[in-house]
Design a protein around this ligand. Structure first.
Ligand code: ADP
Length: 620
């Protein structure tokens, strides 16, 4: 056999051991789906043992009746009893199995929902910046993804182990009572064969990273080809042949991989054949000797010979089941890692935030920040001192990558400062209940999401208790009334084509307006707009910012933009440059200063003027 090429892969020890994960799954089943334990692991396992014993005794018993010269009706009755017992056992197993199967799926779905819940409740910084958490979530989701995933497939494994252990015990007691030599023979021909074949069959497991990589490529190509977002580019740039080539080469790699595996696995079959031949050969010789020398009957011969095969199956079943259980528990360990992942700050502990409907004072005190895991890089923001007074309109401007969004993420409490502190009404954010603090904000970010639901649900960010008059008012402010009312189902029209076939297609700009309407609907005391208008032109952005300004009387607002003209109206403008607040003041004051802000402002207005004229704006 050709020596197999070793593929290097990082070995990660699972955080939770086999017994601990087994205990976890049993506890989960006891709490949520006890049918799995009582019916699946209990009754069905016993039925399986009974079924096996029926199968073992059927032929020897019939033969023994014939040997004894029993009358025909007795032989027929024996046959009927066994057939009846077999049918009853199979029927019961099938009937109860239906309930158990449903419970297994339900339990897996519960675990899936728990992962999803953890992902939406863990601190933003861990969700976004902690690669270890991301990897655990990927693996955890894999362990709950389908019927063959570990959290569901562990039950047949446990069931097989229970059945094999009981059968093993029964066979051991029967064989030791009569023929202990046979026991030894079976163990000698089964155990070494099992370990060798396990090693060979482990080829797939040892090379799984290689296979995953090939599969990832194939899924990525087919995913991109079917992606609604990519549909336009695929057509305009004629990308289909490119996808076909990529897909063909991926499938070629997969075929070569499986052929390599098949060449290795064939050794397993050969070896299995040799060991079965040895075991059966020796058993025949031994049992024939017993027949000739000790007058063993034909029915006993048949019974013991069947037991040799069966017993060897139980031994491999137990060894295989244990290693299978270990592998499944490794995968389940990832689920538990997600569920017990330590949070950098809990959402629900700390001081309450009184919701008065009026904005509080946000203060940055000597705040410096770098993203988690970026310890060797310079600070994104350094020594920021800033106060956002109630009702103030603050603009944060600067070039792309200056740190404007980072400032907002700190303000809203998604990240804690690396140095210094941020306070709300004098209390360090670290000491506040984050979930309560988030309620003080209506924010719209650059990357936004419209969820699979109706227009009204998306604006209200809820499925229940929707104030329709308010939804309409907010959509009117976002200039969307005409668009939404022209949709076939108006405010109940579905969004998101990925889920609803009849969903409405909306442009990037319309989606942004809808998210802006959502921010208005929430009506929180502090409004954050982090360039949510990138898909709109500068004039539309300027108009929307103005409109928001008019609508949010009495609230604090932070407007972020790299288009300086949009935020001119603000009480105070901060220019972030070189990781500090480089300039600060009103638009007029900053223009008078003739510094970096004035320079950027001039360049941008010249550019927009030229652009406007080139588009014929002057004619209009
Ligand atoms: P702006 O909003 O001004 O365009 P950002 O605040 O988004 O800038 O980014 C400031 C800097 O921080 C950039 O260099 C960016 O690459 C970096 N950065 C942003 N997000 C992350 C993150 N999650 N992890 C590491 N670095 C980040």
């Amino acid at each position: 056999m050709k020596k197999e090429k070793k593929v290097k892969e990082p070995k990660k020890k699972p955080k939770f051991g086999t017994l601990s994960c087994l205990g976890f799954m049993l506890r989960m089943a006891a709490r949520h789906e006890p049918i799995i334990l009582w019916i699946g692991m209990g009754v069905i396992s016993l039925l399986m043992v009974l079924g096996n014993l029926t199968g073992l005794f059927v032929s020897p018993m019939i033969l023994s009746s014939i040997e004894r010269g029993a009358p025909l009706h007795e032989v027929l009755l024996t046959i009927l009893i066994f057939i009846g017992a077999g049918m009853l056992i199979d029927g019961l197993k099938g009937y109860l199995g239906g309930f158990e199967w449903y419970s297994r799926i339900t339990l897996r779905s519960i675990l899936n929902a728990m992962i999803s819940h953890k992902c939406s409740h863990i601190s933003y910084s861990t969700k976004v910046s902690d690669e270890k958490f991301g990897e655990a979530v990927r693996q955890g989701a894999n362990a709950c993804g389908s019927n063959s995933s570990a959290t569901e497939a562990i039950w047949p494994t446990i069931q097989t182990l229970i059945v094999n252990f009981i059968n093993f015990g029964i066979y051991v007691s029967m064989l030791t009572a009569v023929e202990p030599v046979l026991l030894l023979l079976i163990l000698v021909t089964t155990v070494p064969g099992y370990f060798y074949s396990k090693y060979i069959n482990g080829w797939g497991w040892r090379h799984r990273e290689e296979e995953n990589e090939i599969n990832r490529g194939i899924y990525c190509v087919s995913g991109n080809a079917g992606d609604i977002q990519a549909a336009k580019d695929i057509r305009i740039f004629g990308m289909r042949p490119w996808f076909d080539d990529l897909y063909r080469s991926g499938m070629g790699l997969l075929e070569a991989f499986h052929n390599r595996g098949a060449r290795v696995y064939i050794w397993n079959n050969i070896l299995d054949l040799i060991f079965t031949f040895l075991r059966n050969g020796v058993a025949y010789v031994y049992l024939i000797g017993m027949v000739l020398e000790h007058g063993m009957s034909a029915s006993e011969f048949l019974l013991y010979f069947s037991m040799v095969g069966g017993f060897s199956g139980f031994v491999s079943g137990i060894l295989g089941g244990l290693s299978d259980l270990k592998n499944k528990c490794k995968e389940i360990s990832a689920v538990r890692e997600v569920l017990t992942y330590p949070d950098v700050f809990p959402l629900d502990t700390g001081k309450d935030v009184p919701h008065t409907g009026r904005p509080g004072v946000i203060r940055f005190e000597n705040v410096s920040f770098r993203y988690p895991g970026e310890e060797n890089n310079p600070y994104v923001l350094k020594n920021i001192n800033l106060t956002l007074s109630p009702g103030e309109r603050l603009a944060v401007v600067g070039l792309n990558g200056a740190g404007k969004t980072t400032l907002v993420k700190l303000m809203v409490g998604f990240y804690d400062p690396t140095e210094g502190r941020i306070t709300y009404n004098g209390v360090d954010l670290r000491d506040l209940k984050r979930r309560e603090y988030y309620k003080e904000f209506s924010a719209v970010f650059q990357e936004f999401n419209l969820f699979a639901g109706s227009v009204a649900e998306n604006v209200a960010a809820s499925q229940t208790n929707i104030d329709m008059a308010r939804v309409k008012e907010c959509l009117a402010y976002a200039d969307l009334t005409e668009k939404v009312e022209s949709m076939p189902e108006g405010y109940d029209s579905k969004l998101n084509r990925g889920v609803y076939e009849e969903a409405q297609e909306t442009s990037g700009g319309e989606q942004q307006r809808m998210v802006l309407a959502r921010a208005l609907y929430k009506g929180a005391p502090i409004l954050l707009l982090d360039e949510p208008t990138a898909a709109l032109d500068p004039i539309a952005e300027s108009e929307i910012y103005q409109k928001y300004n008019d609508m949010t009387e009495g609230k604090s607002a932070v407007y972020i933009s790299h288009r300086l003209a949009s935020t001119r109206f603000c009480d105070r403008i901060l220019l972030i440059d070189g990781n500090i607040i480089a300039e600060e003041g009103s638009h007029e004051a900053l223009m008078k200063k003739r510094g970096k802000y004035a320079e950027l402002y001039e360049v941008q207005s010249r550019y927009y003027r030229e652009d406007y004229n080139a588009k014929g704006g002057a004619k209009a």
